[in-house]
Design a protein around this ligand. Structure first.
Ligand SMILES: CC(C)(COP(=O)(O)OP(=O)(O)OC[C@H]1O[C@@H](n2cnc3c(N)ncnc32)[C@H](O)[C@@H]1OP(=O)(O)O)[C@@H](O)C(=O)NCCC(=O)NCCS
Length: 183
C-alpha cells in the first residue's frame, strides 16, 4: 500500500463516497446499470460481509474498483467488477487492483479467481457468427477486434476456460476466464 498524497489501494468501507462508485460503474457499464435500482443493489452488495472490494483512491477521488465474491466455499471466487475511471486507464491502476485482490485471496486459501467478460458490442471474433456448433474451437481461435478486455486478463495469466454463447443476446457471448492463485 502506498500512503501520503499518493494513490492508496484499500478495502471499500461504508463511509466511502458511494456516489463516486455508482458513477464509475455507470460510466463503464451503461447497459448493465441503466437504472438507479440496479446501481443501488450492486453497491449495497459490495458492502456485504463476504464480498471483497478494493478501491484505488487519491485525495478522495476513487479512480478504480475491484470486487470478488466466494462461489465455491473459499476455493473459488468470482471477480466482479473491475473498473477504472476512463481518464485514468492505461496507467497501471487495473493491474495493481488485480494484483492486490489476487494476493489477498491467495492468502485466504482461494485456489481459483475466475470471471465472465461479456462481448456485447461485437468486439471479438466470438460475436461475429453463430458459435454453437463448436464453441471451444471458436474460443481457441479468438481474436480481439476492438480492444476487448479479455486481452488485459490474458496479459495477467488468466486462461480462457469457456464461453457462453448468446449470454447477452444473439451472438453476444460471455467469455469465461480464470487463474490459479497458488504456485
Ligand atoms: C479493463 C480495465 C480495468 C483495465 O484497467 P487499466 O488500468 O486501464 O489497465 P492497466 O493500465 O493496468 O493495464 C495493464 C496492461 O493491460 C493492458 N490493457 C489494459 N486494457 C486493455 C484492453 N482493453 N485490451 C488489451 N490490453 C489492455 C495495458 O495496455 C497494459 O499492458 P502493458 O502492461 O503491456 O503495458 C479498464 O480498461 C476498464 O475499466 N475498462 C472498462 C471496464 C471493463 O471492461 N472491465 C473489465 C470487464 S470484465
Amino acid at each position: 500500500m502506498i500512503r501520503g498524497g499518493l494513490p492508496v489501494i484499500r478495502k471499500l468501507s461504508k463511509n466511502d463516497d458511494l456516489a463516486q462508485i455508482k458513477a464509475l460503474l455507470k460510466e463503464a457499464f451503461p447497459k448493465s446499470y441503466d437504472t438507479n435500482e440496479a446501481l443501488e443493489e450492486e453497491v449495497s452488495d459490495f458492502l456485504k460481509e463476504d464480498y471483497i472490494v478494493f478501491i484505488d483512491i487519491e485525495k478522495n477521488e476513487i479512480k478504480g474498483l475491484i470486487g470478488a465474491m466466494p462461489q465455491y466455499g473459499h476455493t473459488g471466487y468470482e471477480l466482479h467488477p473491475l473498473v477504472v475511471k476512463k481518464t485514468y486507464r492505461q496507467q497501471g491502476i487495473g493491474k495493481n487492483l488485480l494484483k492486490t485482490l489476487e494476493a489477498t485471496l491467495a492468502k485466504q486459501g482461494c485456489l481459483i479467481l475466475y470471471l465472465g467478460t461479456d462481448d456485447e458490442d461485437f468486439q471479438t471474433s466470438l460475436s461475429q457468427r453463430d458459435i454453437y456448433e463448436d464453441p471451444l474451437e471458436a474460443l481457441k481461435n479468438i481474436q480481439n477486434l476492438a480492444n476487448h478486455p479479455y486481452t488485459f486478463y490474458l496479459k495477467h495469466h488468466y486462461k480462457l476456460l469457456g464461453v457462453i454463447p448468446d449470454a447477452n443476446g444473439i451472438n453476444k457471448p460471455d467469455i469465461i476466464m480464470g487463474k490459479r492463485l497458488i504456485p
